[in-house]
Design a protein around this ligand. Structure first.
Ligand SMILES: NC(=O)c1ccc[n+]([C@@H]2O[C@H](COP(=O)([O-])OP(=O)(O)OC[C@H]3O[C@@H](n4cnc5c(N)ncnc54)[C@H](OP(=O)(O)O)[C@@H]3O)[C@@H](O)[C@H]2O)c1
Length: 434
């Protein structure tokens, strides 16, 4: 049977891992497929200075991606460049040339996935994006095939390895955020501009893609309430521990009778939950189905080879589909908002909250804060203060019974006005459903 030919554009972390697997593991891949998956073209702007595997020597080497998308023998284009501008041009041109596409690009697929998918379907080609979320965890296959017979009620994830590494290092060593971030940058775990990771935007793109797949709803990143981890301090882990909880940057999608509530934010989760054991750069996804109940997926969220496995597996799936003449016919992104899963504001979610204060100590502070909570009909659960040295910057926490995000927001705005606050109070939901 004739081989299927691949063109790879982008030979950075993911592209080089993909190429290494395609060349080293070629015999096993051919055995599983029943035909060869051959690297026909390779592209990166600095390709001339790259040390490429001998097995790829006969492939076209080019610095111009147009050579790959127009190559008459390339069947599948792997877009592994990243960003949203050139990557979009590459995918559009590949579709126009009736090449199937495999991409690892979460940013692009989160913002324009539905539109790109429609074009792919109209052109009768295949599009696959397993590597775009949670690197080495095959969560797309799970949602689109493995548990597609179920009805997803909720989905939780730890989807950003950098944030998870920083949080778990703060937890383990009690080191401050800035110090751990600097170390993560030196170790190559965090970018020089860490915003996409620590401010939650990377995780938000991934949650947008997963929620679209899980709920069949059209989700855009702006539907998702997003808060990063910059304000988390070692003291928060100490208080969380007092409450038998820990802190993670939690991606959550809850179906409620009013609609879908989507958020990416630091949350307290019970120490006993399996998600609390997800440490370092690992990722995890927890899906709750109406019929199949809970399933859990864990693995490396990034990295050259784990992500390369996801790309190669997509290439194999698309190659099989090309062989069978079976393009996708239905987009995994919804065509329109159906209502049942329509995203609604996170402020409508009811949860218990952890409120952390840093105050310039004086008599009557707790009474004033308790009065604000009472005015908003919020029931106080506990007040905890660990021994601390500096009365000019004294931390303590209040936990409250489940209440709406809206009430908490109003209470925090009022509390922030008190002149004894060293900084605005920090609020984190306490996720009980895990
Ligand atoms: N890193 C991970 O672990 C990971 C995990 C999951 C998903 N992803 C996603 O995978 C994609 C790639 O990420 P990465 O980490 O591999 O990025 P990267 O290391 O920066 O690699 C990007 C590659 O694209 C090439 N490139 C950039 N512009 C180009 C152009 N105009 N024409 C041709 N080549 C061009 C770059 O090389 P030249 O400068 O030589 O052109 C480089 O080889 C992104 O969408 C990312 O979000 C990454």
């Amino acid at each position: 049977m004739r081989e299927v030919n691949v063109g790879i554009i982008g030979l950075g972390n993911v592209g080089s891992g993909t190429l290494a697997i395609l060349t080293e593991n070629a015999a096993s891949i051919a055995q599983k497929l029943g035909f060869e998956l051959r690297v026909k073209a390779l592209c990166s702007r600095s390709i001339a200075s790259k040390d490429l595997p001998d097995a790829a020597a006969s492939a076209l080497h080019t610095a111009d991606w147009q050579d790959v998308v127009r190559h008459p023998e390339v069947d599948i284009v792997a877009e592994l460049v990243g960003g949203t501008v050139v990557a979009r041009e590459i995918i559009d041109a590949a579709i126009q040339n009736r090449k199937s596409v495999v991409t690892a690009n979460k940013e692009l697929m989160a913002s324009c996935g539905a539109e790109i998918w429609e074009r792919a379907i109209s052109a009768g080609i295949n599009l696959a994006m397993e590597a775009s979320v949670a690197g080495g965890i095959p969560i797309h296959s799970v949602l689109r095939e493995g548990i597609s017979g179920d009805r997803v009620m909720a989905l939780f994830g730890i989807l950003n390895g950098t944030s998870n590494y920083i949080l778990t290092e703060i937890e383990r060593r009690g080191a401050p955020f800035d110090e751990v971030l600097r170390e993560a940058q030196q170790l190559g775990y965090a970018e020089a501009d860490p915003s996409a990771d620590v401010d939650g935007y990377d995780a938000r793109s991934k949650l947008a893609i997963l929620s679209a797949l899980a709920f069949g709803e059209k989700i855009t990143p702006s539907d998702i309430y997003t808060e990063g981890i910059r304000r988390i301090q070692p003291i928060d882990f100490q208080y969380a521990q007092q409450l038998n909880h820990t802190i993670r940057l939690l991606c959550a999608a809850h179906q409620t009778p009013g609609g879908l509530i989507l958020s990416v934010r630091p949350a307290l989760i019970p120490q006993s939950t399996i998600l609390a054991g997800v440490r370092g750069a690992y990722n995890a996804v927890w899906v709750r189905g109406k019929y199949g109940e809970d399933t859990f997926y864990y693995g490396r969220g990034a990295g050259s080879l784990p992500t390369g496995v996801a790309v190669v597996s997509d290439l194999m799936r698309v190659a099989r589909e090309i062989r069978c003449g079976s393009p996708e016919r239905v987009s995994p992104f919804a065509h329109e908002r159906l209502g049942e899963y329509k995203p609604i504001a996170v402020t409508r979610q009811h949860a218990g909250y952890y409120l952390r204060f840093r105050v310039d100590d004086r008599p009557g502070i707790i009474a004033k804060l308790a009065r604000v909570l009472a005015d908003k009909q919020i029931s106080l659960d506990a007040v905890v203060q660990l021994p601390a040295g500096n009365p000019r910057d004294l931390p303590f926490i209040i936990t409250v019974e489940p209440t709406s995000g809206e009430s908490i927001r109003e209470a925090l705005t009022e509390m922030s006005n008190y002149d004894f606050m060293v900084e605005p109070p920090l609020a984190m939901p306490m996720e009980k459903s895990l």
